[in-house]
Write a protein that binds this ligand. Sequence first.
Ligand SMILES: [Fe+2]
Ligand SMILES: [Fe+2]
Length: 275
Amino acid sequence: MQVKEAISLAWKIDDIPYDQIDLDLVRHRDDIFYLLAASSFVEFLSDLTTRNLLEFFEGDDEVAGWLRRQWEHEEVQHGSALREYIGHVWPEFDWEASYREFYDEYSQVCTTEELEATRCLELAARCVVEMGTATYYRSLAQFAPEPVLRELATRIKTDEVRHYSYFFHFFCKYQPLGPTARWSVLGALKRRLLEVRSSDAEIALWHAFRSRYPNADREGRDFRRMFSEVSGLIKAHYPASMAVKMLLKPLELSPTMAHWVAPPISMVARHWILR
Ligand SMILES: [Fe+2]
Ligand SMILES: [Fe+2]
């Protein structure tokens, strides 16, 4: 795989026909509002994540160059495109203020210490993150009630699948540099699976929720009910087989082994996101 040197995004925000959004189909959907606000927050964090990753991959021009010139720009564009959609549908939402609160909390937990011990394991863990976003946007594209949102979710999903391929390519590059036992890779996959849920989705959804209910209690019934509603929506349309394929790839299992572990992994994959 050739890593491009120049920035060339697969699509631009101007390609999204925001003026054709059918407000009647989506404006009343609080669940969609919370999901999109939370997703836009997480996507915008890429500058923070990129800084951590660049530090970690210092000296590897192929990985660092791709992160800087391609990955970060595409992730931030996802955030901008979602924010633009929210602005058209829910113009009363103060995105900046809500994002600032989210950022203050999240930046405390997202540090280089959270990264895996080796580059190889971190790259395996990044495959989990991209698997999570790719399957989430695929699910969103399925249940989105409005055509422009479906188009946007599909475009983002395609980018996330490509990001996965790059991280997997880099993972393979590091594999021959040292024997990384399958159990270590499995541990990295598991750790990131658990972490993605607690440190990203819940914090982001909480700050989206607080924008409408400033006096809400994070452990209270209202937030928990919203959390389980959006979770149910994603799960009902979750592409579990896609998740399993993407999760198993870095483990390089034999076809027989893959056959045996696929069903339990599929069950975990269906429930891991927003449990
Ligand atoms: Fe993204
Ligand atoms: Fe991505």
